[in-house]
Design a protein around this ligand. Structure first.
Ligand code: CA
Length: 241
């Protein structure tokens, strides 16, 4: 190995980019907010738009428990969780399909062009996720490059989803072990997602595509906060990684 090659490798430890999905690859949070607020209301619970954004990234069960604990003084039963989450999913599915996030395809192309591996780490458990991704972002993802609600016991803000992402990245790159946290970058839009990435020891880029103030993302631990995916595209083009 030449000295310059060695230097370059020391300067480019990044190997994978772990993308959150809702609010990062899809402009889906307004629909999720509407579905959550309505579903909770139908089941006798109150949830505001802002609370949806503050709890974004949690599993359905985790979200429901927070509100039944606060408003009913107890965790939801398994039947209640199922019923409320089914209502939420039904409402969500009746709404227009969320559009792909503007600029996200350019970001993925840039990431791949830089020789980095893109993965998805989402708390979503929609069965149709992969076919949807294949339509929006053809050729980038398969189940080996995705962590969903089915892959983890504990959702964000627990680090488990992102630790699983490091494992899947390591496997996809032919290593016998997980990537080191320093070899990855997380892209998140939500405070709990930022916390999950930081808890896994990974640097976190927050892209603030929703209504919360930037400070909420900084306080959650984001290393950088950018306004949208076009700003992230510029950042990837102009930053030595
Ligand atoms: Ca998100």
């Amino acid at each position: 190995m030449t000295a310059s090659r060695q230097k370059k490798e020391q300067n480019t430890p990044l190997r994978a980019v772990l993308f959150d999905m809702d609010g990062v690859l899809y402009d889906s949070m307004p629909m999720h907010a509407e579905a959550w607020v309505q579903a909770m209301h139908r089941h006798g619970l109150t949830m505001t738009d802002e609370q949806v954004y503050m709890n974004e990234g949690r599993t359905g069960e985790g979200t429901i428990d927070i509100f039944t604990l606060e408003q009913w003084g107890r965790e939801a039963t398994a039947e209640e969780v199922e019923a409320i989450y089914r209502t939420k999913s039904d409402i969500f599915n009746e709404l227009d399909e969320a559009p792909a996030m503007k600029g996200a395809d350019e970001v993925l192309a840039e990431v791949k062009g830089e020789g980095l591996l893109p993965l998805i780490v989402t708390g979503s458990g929609q069965r149709s996720l992969l076919s949807r991704l294949e339509r929006s972002y053809p050729g980038y993802f398969n189940s080996d490059l995705m962590v969903t609600a089915y892959d983890v016991k504990r959702g964000k803000p627990n680090p488990e989803p992102y630790l699983k992402g490091l494992e899947k990245a390591g496997a996809a790159l032919g290593r016998g072990h997980a990537l080191k946290p320093s070899e990855a970058l997380v892209v998140e839009n939500a405070p709990l997602g930022v916390q999950a990435g930081k808890a896994a020891g990974i640097r976190v880029m927050a892209v603030n595509t929703g209504p919360l103030p930037d400070d909420v993302l900084r306080e959650a631990g984001a290393d950088w906060v950018l306004p949208d995916m076009y700003a992230l595209l510029d950042w990837f083009k102009n930053t030595e990684l």
